[in-house]
Design a protein around this ligand. Sequence first.
Ligand code: SF4
Ligand code: SF4
Length: 212
Amino acid sequence: MTTKNPHEICIWESKKNCSDCGLKGKLHCHLNIKYSIIFGIPFFIAFIPAFVGLILLGFPLNLISILSWIGYIVFFFLVWEPQILCSHCPYYAEGKSKTLHCSINYGFLKTSKFKPGPMSKFENVQFLIGANIIFLIPVVFLIIGQLWIYLGITLFGIVLWYIFIQLYVCKDCVNFSCILNRVPKKERDEFLKKNPKMYKAWKESGYQFEDE
Ligand code: SF4
Ligand code: SF4
């Protein structure tokens, strides 16, 4: 055990150890800008028209809507999401680092402790609700303001974002217990077996490995 990698997670070991790993290139187990781009572009296709639309609502509705939206986003990404989602992700297990170094939330303050076991059903329900509120807030205000074009582009961006992350991000993501995760069970089991602390915690939670 090292202070750099107290949970002995392979993604925080030297990349030299990856040379004979069958999962190499299949998972998002190292920082990769490809995932940031695929995750970020459709998100901003929804975010930018929504933000412009909210500005056009006129005072004071624009101020109320933007402050409540941004306030909620900060709360979700720094308080709620870390507790229920990211704390179960191997990226959260990085030694003494106070910030995250994954391709999706790079640089975000770590406000929870790593939990090697899988997310519970309740945490997954909270994640689905919490993530969708991010989109729901501007959608409600755009409907109130009858800004239909902005609403349409925002909804288009949201659908695009879900399709893109499902196709290109969630199928490689190492946070396997997230409800959106699409990594095949064989790869999931292989990764967990490489990481004894996660393996033990998942087994204790009742997770069934394919060949056991
Ligand atoms: S799963 Fe672990 S050992 Fe395999 S390539 Fe990824 S970081 Fe390296
Ligand atoms: S769940 Fe996603 S956003 Fe959270 S730490 Fe893991 S890779 Fe980053």
